[in-house]
Design a protein around this ligand. Structure first.
Ligand SMILES: C[S@@+](CC[C@H](N)C(=O)[O-])C[C@H]1O[C@@H](n2cnc3c(N)ncnc32)[C@H](O)[C@@H]1O
Length: 313
């Protein structure tokens, strides 16, 4: 585990590199301090935000089929576990799960959730791991004979750029080995109006979530972003096949990060997140070097999918 100073330096370098890009970029993983995690939980309850309730519905409806596919003696690993709310659907019903390893960058929230889960599921070993899953990390080796299943709901895969998606699946393939599998939520391409409404909610929760990243960064590193000088907007970018979350400057101003000054012009934006949406063909093609899509479960409107991937032998 890196010490706090090294961590702060790494983050500072990452943020400075992003601020030198055109357009300026801030990595979406910094949405999540405790407040960010809470705001995200609120987003998932919004009327316009279809992904969470649709994915939950698919998980609940097809749980028995999923349990059969996943098999026995499971170590369930979840990168970016957050509140682990969807995982509870599996933990409640699948007695084949021996151990659950929630992995999250937001340590305080992770350990709080893990403590609660251990109380509620005394027969399952809950082994939280505070880590950034985009960097190398070491898994506990307490159940060496269990089959490893990576659970990656929430279409978090949509937040990755193509080259990072590929790196991620090659790491996951190493983790699960030849006997394991992946249960993954993938958001599907659909009407642009439904997509844009989901990320520009009328209550302004997504806006608060987007701006909270600036507050989080001010606290985490030596930076002085002013969230009141930005406006949230999310829009569909057809050529990239993704929703981009942006923070537009409402007037020209400068931001200091570790002594370096960055000028931001009125109307310029900070790009904070990509949410790629896929057709089934596109997604199968992306995972093809490592995994075969063995089963796809969707809702009747085909808004969202949950897919079971098995390693190519
Ligand atoms: C949108 S929530 C998803 C939670 C849950 N998996 C679900 O689908 O409901 C994303 C979670 O991933 C975590 N996260 C984001 N980037 C991460 C990273 N690079 N490494 C570890 N955790 C990360 C965040 O802290 C947050 O708790």
């Amino acid at each position: 585990m890196e010490d706090t100073l090294t961590k702060t330096n790494t983050i500072t370098q990452e943020i400075i590199a992003g601020m030198k890009n055109t357009p300026k970029q801030l990595p979406s993983k910094y949405f999540y301090d405790e407040k960010g995690s809470q705001l995200f939980d609120e987003i998932t309850e919004l009327e316009e935000y279809y992904p969470t309730r649709t994915e939950r519905m698919i998980l609940e409806y097809y749980l028995d089929e999923m349990a059969e596919k996943l098999g026995d003696n499971i170590e369930l690993i979840e990168p970016g576990s957050g509140s682990s709310e969807k995982t509870r659907i599996l933990l409640d019903k699948m007695d084949s799960i021996r151990c659950y390893v929630p992995i999250d960058i937001s340590g305080d929230y992770l350990f709080k959730v893990a403590d609660q889960l251990q109380k509620e599921y005394p027969n399952i070993d809950i082994e939280p791991l505070e880590a950034d899953y985009t960097r190398p990390f070491e898994l506990p080796n307490t159940h060496p004979n269990a089959r490893r299943i990576v659970f990656f709901p929430g279409s978090t895969i949509g937040n990755f750029k193509l080259n990072t998606v590929q790196r991620f699946f090659s790491v996951i393939a190493d983790i699960v080995g030849k006997q394991g599998g992946v249960l993954i939520g993938v958001d599907l391409k659909k009407d642009i109006n439904i997509l844009e409404a989901a990320y520009n909610d009328s209550k302004g929760i997504t806006a608060a979530f987007n701006k909270n990243m600036l507050v989080h960064l001010n606290r985490k590193i030596d930076a002085n972003f002013d969230p009141d000088l930005f406006e949230h907007k999310a829009l569909w970018v057809e050529e990239k096949g993704c929703i981009e979350m942006r923070l537009y400057a409402t007037k020209s101003h400068s931001v200091q990060i570790n002594g370096q000054v960055f000028q931001i012009e009125e109307g310029e934006y900070l790009h904070t997140e990509n949410s790629h949406k896929y057709t089934q063909e596109e997604f199968s093609g992306i995972v093809a070097p490592w995994f075969e899509v063995e089963q796809v479960w969707t809702d009747k409107n085909e808004l969202f999918s949950v897919q079971y991937l098995v390693p190519r032998v």
